[in-house]
Design a protein. Structure first.
Length: 303
């Protein structure tokens, strides 16, 4: 390849690299959060992540300057509730479910939303792949995947909240865009920070936890949010959504590297099926749906 070709290719590779770093940051933050469960518990991590993440986002976006119409307030409230519930259920799920499996199950929420209303034959191929992936991830029958049923159900519940988050977020953020995330996070914090603190383990009140919790908030919120917004402005929505479909694989890799988690062959194939279904639905969706796919991968919402 000539030097001129490399120079021409580099600008397009930079946002791809930025997006991959954002995904690694997000899942690295989830792994770090899970490592704190023995000290503060999953509800405690939810409180720390939402509380500190909200402070960071408020400094960046200054949501008190935003003005929401009466018609936007109800979607904003639903958006914040879905955001908080999604975080709470996800952290509860990864107490007993490997990180990659939990993210794969959670991904079925936005994937289902993207495929709703589709009637083309090709769309049913993606549905079938997603169903196959779910069959091998969920503990059906004789416990084929050796996954905790309650943990799996919580991950699917987080995915359902993710779908509601997308719909409500589109309506609430139509005028204010990314800054809406700060206000939604503030709404979520008002409810789920006290709830998380109530059910947290005693270790949450030790000052030594604060620096690690701040790192979790940075890795899981501020850094990936900034990087993904940077990539989104430089990549077509279709490519952005396709690359984000790799997130279950990134989560599995993070769990293996940082938590010592392992997946069996069936679980790896199941994750691959969900990844292909998500990427395929993005690549073949109608142009009007591209914006939806770009919105549904908002970095604050996951894990």
């Amino acid at each position: 390849m000539s030097s001129s070709s490399i120079k021409a290719l580099s600008p397009s590779l930079i946002p791809v690299a930025v997006l991959l770093i954002a995904m690694l940051s997000l899942q690295g933050g989830a792994s770090l959060a899970k490592s704190l469960f023995p000290a503060v518990g999953a509800p405690g991590i939810t409180a720390l992540r939402l509380g500190l993440g909200t402070l960071i986002l408020c400094v960046i976006f200054k949501p008190w300057r935003l003005r929401f119409t009466r018609a936007q307030r109800t979607p904003l409230l639903m958006y914040g509730l879905a955001l908080g519930c999604m975080n709470y259920l996800f952290y509860l799920s990864i107490r007993t479910v490997p990180l990659g499996v939990a993210v794969g199950l959670e991904f079925t929420g936005p994937l289902t939303l993207a495929l709703l209303g589709s009637r083309r034959a090709l769309d049913f191929v993606w549905v079938l792949l997603a169903v196959v992936g779910l069959w091998f991830l969920l503990p059906f029958g004789q416990g084929v995947s050796h996954i905790d049923p309650l943990g799996a159900l919580l991950a699917v519940g987080a995915g359902t909240c993710w779908a509601f988050y997308i719909v409500a977020g589109q309506r609430a953020g139509a005028e204010h865009g990314p800054a809406t995330v700060a206000m939604g996070s503030l709404v979520a914090s008002v409810i789920f920070v006290p709830l998380g603190l109530t059910f947290a383990e005693p270790g949450i009140w030790h000052w030594g936890i604060l620096p690690i919790a701040l790192l979790v908030a940075l890795l899981s919120s501020a850094l990936p949010y900034s990087l993904e917004m940077m990539a989104l402005t430089r990549l077509p929505a279709r490519i952005f959504g396709t690359l984000m479909s790799l997130e279950p694989a990134m989560a599995a890799l993070s769990g293996i590297l940082f938590l010592g988690e392992t997946l069996n062959g069936a679980q790896c194939l199941a994750l691959l099926a969900i990844i292909i279904a998500s990427a395929g639905s993005t690549l073949t969706m109608k142009p009007r749906s591209n914006a939806l796919k770009a919105v549904d991968i908002n970095p604050l919402d996951k894990s």
